[in-house]
Ligand binder design. Sequence first.
Ligand code: AMP
Ligand code: MG
Length: 420
Amino acid sequence: MLSVEQALERVLGYVDILEGEERPILDSLGQVLAEDIYAGIDVPSQDNAVMDGYAVQSKDTEGASQESPRVLRVVGTVAAGAKADCRVVSGAAVRIMTGAPIPEGADSVIRFEDTDEVCRKRDDDGIGILKEVKEGNFVRRAGEDIVKGSKTLVKGKVIRPSEVGVLASLGYDRVKVIRCPKVTILATGDELVEIGQPLPPGRIYNSNSYGIAALVLSYGGTPKILGIARDNEASLLERLQQRLDADILVTSAGVSAGDYDMVKGILAKKGDIVFSTVQMKPGKPLAFGTIESWDKDGVARKIPHLGLPGNPVSCMVTSELFLRPAILKMLGRKDLARPTVEAVMEDAKDNPTRTRIFNRAIVSKRDGRYYARLTGPQGTGILTSMSKANGLAIIPEDKEKVEKGEVLKVMMLDWDSDAL
Ligand code: AMP
Ligand code: MG
């Protein structure tokens, strides 16, 4: 049986980085840049004032102090966004607002607080300078942030709010990023009922499709829910023969050893099975292969197919371990693994079948150490155990038992302490 690492390597072998597409900069958040970004302008585009005050020649402030102010002649005012059409010669000053261009001749700005501005009358044509300043004081230089022509953002970088800001500062309204993978999600099972419908006896709601779709969204993919196929070949084939136009197909259930587990059979018939079990718990019955499909133009191609187990917890845990890295790889991301921490276990746990166990755990930090306790019963049908957890505590396959106080690696699902 394949280990988690071997299975993941196989899955990643079947997916590749997708092509780039242009998007409005705000819609590109979280995506990967598909082009280098060069600056078409200097940012800022010209020398400007950091503070409200007076643009002066620094040498005119030499020796200025509270006790012995230097008085300069005010020859004009310049506001942010305006053109500085006045010149500062020796002995002159121009009233200037934050962000306004430095007028010709001036080499520094002295802020209002260092002048006698508060006592100055409207018709005074002089301003008292109370402090000596050096050349460049409170001046933001043209190109101080970004120099025209420089490579500002590098292809492969993930767009975060800061990158959106940088792009906007260069005037970009659209940017080329790796497009989002399209993930088609198909639930299988005779017992399933669509949400929003009354629940007849003996049936359960299709929670997997929604749990998977939410995970896909959180990973940066675009989910498409294809509904429910029943546990017979005809129903499954009917769904799969549509133009899926997907980068990956994800099915849930029908991959274990039951009488009605059709998915593996269909995989074998309509595609290729790469593997159908993984040495892990939950999630041992996990199928992966490729399946013949059609894009929106009717062009046939083989797409990867991840056949997740039906049990809701197994479904989510295997999504974390295999679907997430696959989506991230398609998105052009390089770091495909969730961060892990070493945590002291607050509960003991057996591993009699010597498999890799992913325990739903609540991780907290106390006195500089991480501690992990189990969320409670770990049954694969107990989906609220995923809801309570912020991490998966991993028992390695070579460990028969974990005692309280032992340290385990925990794969963190989120770092939001409000989730605890
Ligand atoms: P199976 O893989 O078909 O044997 O299903 C395993 C378990 O998962 C059964 O208890 C199913 O009822 C349950 N299950 C299968 N599909 C879903 C689904 N879409 N939503 C919630 N539970 C499911
Ligand atoms: Mg079933």
